[in-house]
Design a protein around this ligand. Structure first.
Ligand code: ATP
Length: 395
């Protein structure tokens, strides 16, 4: 829980940010390509993408550490790009704790206030009070006199956060703040930061390449790939309704299946389902994906698609299986609960039967642009473990 420290700083003003058509090129390499994004007052937005997708480039431009080649950024009607970095009211927290090793925790936190121009610099007593309040907020009250080398990684990142907050930022930018921490500390700090954001409500942009981190923490997730935004949505939207095959693979671990649309039907593993959506039927090309949790074991022996069990791992209450479906050479990953797996006892050396509970069809036009996504469910998808039998329309 985040400590309830009084008094709450009054100057955390929350402003919306309007990013429009940003482009940043390094030589011939395009790091940001036509990036537009609206961030609401007090929102916690995660920017998620693989390495090199442009996340840090975007953050650096917002922080004033770099300028775009074109595009604009406005905050409450004010052109942010025209302002010097120090006048943007931006707090920064990076992956590698950039704390000053020769300064105590309190001195580190006070740094942003002490280096203010003389006229804007608070009096020594006010700085002392502000530092005490900030250390209370990040739950490090007792550690003011320690040096960074005497802190754990998680504590150092909280000092970095307190230091970023000392200038009373209007926008908080966090670039992989937990990147250098071990897995358990990361998980603890995730919940802590989420709660912390709720208590302060500062508009925040959080860069990560960790899907779970983004989905767990953010109000909205921005998925980036090769310098472009592929999708912006709530964690549930990007997970349940991925806009592109990339988002499906990256967020929902969607796996390609050898499906085709012919006539009015999706043909897959010798079965066919009727497609109701004409935009999918008329597609130039389709990609068919299935998520690991949508591959379920068939309870009745002999039912479903025949599959070989390549491996089975028991990981913290879930079962992860690697399967090879008949007539398809790509292994498929399936995730089941231990309970569902226990109810299924049909796996033999010859294999097991599986059902696909839902598959997603992405329809692309001649230029390769995805113009429609449709999720196809077998008729009895509500059954708890096994679904089916598949509606066999034609052999
Ligand atoms: N100053 C620069 N000069 C040349 N190329 C650059 C420069 N800064 C970034 N790039 C390139 O732009 C691309 C995007 O980099 P960026 O740091 O924004 O990616 P990222 O999504 O933050 O990646 P990571 O998760 O690995 O930090 C990368 O291919 C990178 O090599």
């Amino acid at each position: 829980m985040v400590a309830n420290c009084a008094p709450t700083p009054k100057d955390y003003r929350n402003m919306g940010i309007e990013i429009s058509r940003l482009r940043r090129q390094f030589g011939t390499f395009v790091a940001l390509d036509d990036v537009s994004l609206s961030i609401g007052d007090g929102e916690f937005v995660a920017v998620l993408g693989p390495s090199g997708s442009g996340k840090t480039s975007l953050l650096r431009i917002l922080a004033g550490l770099d300028q775009p080649d074109s595009g604009s950024v406005f905050r409450d009607g004010q052109n942010l790009l025209a302002l010097d970095a120090r006048r943007r009211g931006v707090g920064l927290v990076f992956q590698h704790y950039a704390l000053f090793p020769h300064m105590t925790v309190a001195q580190n936190v006070a740094f942003g206030l002490r280096v203010r121009p003389w006229r804007l610099r608070p009096k020594a007593q006010m700085i002392k009070t502000a530092v005490e309040e900030l250390l209370c907020k990040v739950e490090l009250e007792g550690l003011a006199g320690r040096y960074p080398s005497q802190l754990s990684g998680g504590q150092r990142q909280r000092v970095a956060l307190a230091r970023a907050l000392a200038i009373e930022p209007r926008l908080l930018l966090l670039d992989e703040p937990f990147g250098a921490l071990d897995a358990q500390v990361r998980v603890t700090l995730r919940g802590w930061l989420r709660e912390f954001h709720r208590s302060l409500g500062i508009t925040s942009l959080f860069v990560t390449h960790d899907q779970d981190e983004a989905l767990e923490m953010a109000d909205r997730v921005v998925v980036m790939n090769r310098g472009r935004i592929e999708q912006v949505g709530t964690p549930e939207q990007v997970y349940r309704q991925p806009a592109t095959p990339f988002v499906s693979r990256f967020i929902a671990r969607g796996q390609s299946l050898p499906g085709e649309v012919r006539g009015q039907h999706l043909h897959l593993f010798g079965h066919a389902w009727r497609i109701e959506n004409p935009a999918v039927v008329d597609a130039h090309e389709v990609a068919v994906h299935v998520r690991p949790e949508d591959i379920v074991p068939a309870v009745t022996p002999g039912d479903g698609l025949k599959a070989q069990l390549l491996s089975l791992r028991h990981v913290a209450g879930s079962v992860r299986a690697s399967l090879r479906v008949e007539n398809w050479d790509q292994p498929l990953e399936a995730h089941w609960s231990e309970r569902d797996w226990a109810r299924y006892s049909g796996a033999t050396d010859d294999g097991l039967g599986i059902h696909l509970q839902a598959v997603t069809v992405f329809a692309a036009d001649r230029e390769g642009r995805v113009h429609m996504r449709s999720t196809v469910h077998p008729p009895s998808a509500s059954a708890p473990v096994a679904v089916g039998p598949w509606r066999r329309i034609e052999a």
